[in-house]
Design a protein around this ligand. Structure first.
Ligand code: IPD
Ligand code: CA
Ligand code: CA
Length: 262
């Protein structure tokens, strides 16, 4: 692919991150989309500067963003943006959140960037070029058994059947003697933890494309696997997500798939 999409992805992510970091420093009013699903001016302004940066470089490209940018998912040139992933952490002054930007051509991921602007931690990948953490190449870990790894998870905002399903899967994972469960609260960065070998796997029973589009690209370029919780190819729509170092995928899938609600 041409350099330019990657350059624009990096620059747009930086511009969104600068907005988010400023609000994190100066404070911002938090509103509820639903009871636990929060939104702030940081989410909205970050999406605006990211979309403006992409559109000024590629006026014909479609942009799907979490807050207000709508796009036809079958567009030949499609950007997928989470302007602030981990809003709950952000709202509670926990400096673990990210800006996530991915570019897909004809449904195939071409490049992705995930950046935590307050810790200056960034992940990037280009199709066929591997994945990087702060510019250094990364790779999934080589664990072969669940009793050798940490597993990350996420809870959607649901407090009903999906929450119960997640708790059941976590119980089964502990019974397989995993080293521990981690719930860091930023799905894009969770996928990057698998990509760099800190987690052996990650699952969440419902994510949106903006949560996983860039992280999925980074993970696969780092040698990992990502599917629905039932092991199917990931659609570009709301879906359960199972990510792993590849080797652990069957054992994780056999647990996580049992409690899928879809
Ligand atoms: C959320 C985070 C969280 C995940 C939620 C997502 P948001 O994104 O990625 O880790 O568990 O399902 O919705 O709302 O902070 O952009
Ligand atoms: Ca998100
Ligand atoms: Ca978000």
């Amino acid at each position: 692919m041409a350099d330019s999409e990657m350059k624009v992805a990096l620059s747009a992510t930086r511009q969104g991150g600068d907005v988010v970091a400023r609000y994190f420093r100066d404070g911002v009013e938090v509103r509820g989309k639903q009871t636990y699903n929060l939104v702030t001016d940081a989410d909205l302004e970050s999406e605006k500067v990211i979309v403006d940066a992409i559109k000024s470089a590629f006026p014909d490209h479609a942009v799907l963003g979490e807050e207000f940018s709508e796009a036809d998912l079958s567009s030949e040139h499609l950007w997928i943006v989470d302007p602030l992933d981990g809003t709950n952490n952000f709202a509670h002054q926990i400096p673990h959140f990210a800006i996530s930007v991915a570019y897909y051509r004809a449904g195939v991921p071409q490049c992705g960037v995930v950046w935590n602007p307050v810790q200056d931690v960034w992940f990037s990948a280009e199709r066929g070029q591997g994945a990087c953490h702060n510019g250094e190449a990364i790779r999934v870990n080589a664990a072969e058994r669940l009793d050798q790894v940490l597993v990350g998870c996420g809870f959607f905002y649901d407090r009903g059947a999906m929450m119960e399903a997640t708790l059941q899967a976590i119980g089964d994972l502990f019974r397989q003697h995993i080293h521990g469960i981690r719930r860091f609260g930023t799905a894009s960065l969770d996928l990057c933890q698998v990509a760099m070998g800190r987690f052996g796997g990650f699952f969440e029973y419902e994510l949106a494309p903006w949560d996983f589009a860039a992280g999925a690209m980074i993970l696969t370029e780092a040698g990992g696997a990502i599917t629905t919780c039932r092991g199917e190819a990931l659609p570009l729509s709301k879906t359960g997500v199972l990510a792993s170092n590849g080797t652990l995928h069957p054992s994780l899938q056999s647990i996580v798939s049992q409690y899928c609600l879809d």
